[in-house]
Design a protein around this ligand. Structure first.
Ligand code: ADP
Ligand code: CIR
Length: 356
């Protein structure tokens, strides 16, 4: 359960937080706090809903979640600077979706030797335009959204066709097995919990699997929808092409997704909006990861390193999750190309350090 501190109590807690480097702390100035503290979004969301996670978790990187799609308008005085800061853009501008020409991508397998890349995954998030995000959702909203989503997922064809498995009724063992295998999500992220992300857990949540398990949809995890394409090995070309095919089928299946001209597709966390695309590899880089400048090396390439069980987890055996960091202000194909270039540079550097 999320805490129930008032907006003033949350502000006091944030002021008292030492060693807090979040974008929330940096950008929620006193004048902005005063301007926003009594406002309500059109979905009934409040500033407290947006900042609760970051105030309760001073080690947050971002520390802000949008209570609903309208938060990006009502609470823009806080959210806009946070978005600019995270995505490293001076102006809020976002191009129209452009997935590139999937028949002529110019890249395929990033590690043909198969020695370094364990697996590849590309995901996007989507939000139903007419529903709020976790802090303002009711149990009925979650169940309604799940029904609407599943109806559309049932229209997927060919290699994308599959089956929806609700979390309600799934055994704990099955959930743990699917999570360990990197397919499923769980309710263990304290940042998301404090933002209301696990309210009414597990009702309304589930996972859709295509028959070959290379295309998945997460329903009501952090975002209303996450479309995920993944497979073993380093074939980014195949993984991305499958995702684009799925996005195109789902966007024409009757769902209306939340969007804003200058921000692209809207998501619960401002770090995800725009293309909402995160392309990642699980890659063995024990030498590079041990270098003192590993973080700077990644930052310079606009890539991010995570542990292998997701954000805020640790690496296991020198394997890291390397992905594009920016999702706003560039197109989908550009975001993937940024990750491709970063992963190629990572492979080159690891080989140099290993003397190969
Ligand atoms: P996201 O925000 O993209 O959903 P997380 O960091 O929360 O990412 O990770 C979600 C899940 O996806 C975790 O189980 C993680 O291990 C898995 N995952 C991410 N990238 C890969 C990859 N390249 N190969 C296999 N699993 C992956
Ligand atoms: C943080 O601020 O560190 C967390 N709220 C996570 C931020 C980005 N990650 C995400 O949206 N999954």
């Amino acid at each position: 359960m999320a805490s129930n501190l008032s907006v003033d109590e949350l502000w006091t807690k944030l002021q008292g937080a030492t060693d807090c480097n979040s974008l929330l702390k940096k950008n929620l100035t006193e004048p902005i706090f005063k301007e926003l503290k009594d406002l309500k979004s059109s979905f009934g969301g409040t500033l407290a809903d947006c900042i609760r996670s970051g105030c309760m978790n001073p080690d947050s990187g971002v520390g802000v979640y949008a209570c609903d799609p309208d938060a990006y308008t009502t609470f823009a005085a806080l959210l806009n600077p946070v978005i600019k800061d995270y995505h490293k853009v001076d102006k809020l501008e976002h191009p129209k979706p452009d997935f590139g020409d999937t028949n002529n991508l110019g890249f395929g397998d990033l590690d043909p030797s198969g020695n370094m890349i364990v697996s590849t995954r590309v995901r996007v998030g989507r939000s139903h335009a007419s529903y709020g995000f976790p802090p303002v959702l009711t149990l009925e909203d979650r169940v309604d959204m799940e029904k609407k989503t599943v109806k559309c997922l049932e229209t997927l064809t060919e290699d994308l066709a599959g089956e929806y498995c609700p979390l309600t009724g799934m055994t704990k063992e099955k959930q743990a097995e699917l999570t360990a295998d990197h397919f499923l999500f769980n309710d263990s992220d304290r940042f998301l919990r404090e933002a209301g992300g696990y309210n009414d857990w597990p009702t309304g949540r589930g996972i859709f699997f295509a028959k070959n398990k290379k295309f998945l949809v997460w329903v009501n995890e952090e975002d209303h929808l996450r479309f995920i394409s993944m497979q073993m090995g380093g074939n980014l070309g195949e993984v991305y092409t499958r995702l684009v095919k799925a996005i195109k089928q789902l966007e024409s299946s009757g769902l209306d997704f939340a969007k804003k001209d200058e921000l692209g597709y809207l998501t619960f966390c401002p770090s995800n909006l725009g293309t909402t695309l995160r392309a990642s590899v699980h890659i063995k880089i024990p030498k590079l990861a041990a270098e003192p400048d590993f973080k700077k090396f990644c930052d310079d390439l606009h890539i991010q390193a995570r542990g292998i069980h997701g954000e805020h987890t640790e690496s296991v055996g020198g394997v890291y999750d390397i992905s594009n960091k920016r999702r706003l202000g560039l197109t989908e194909i550009q975001a993937v190309q940024e990750m491709r270039a970063g992963v190629e540079a990572v492979i080159k550097r690891e080989k140099e350090l290993a003397g190969k």
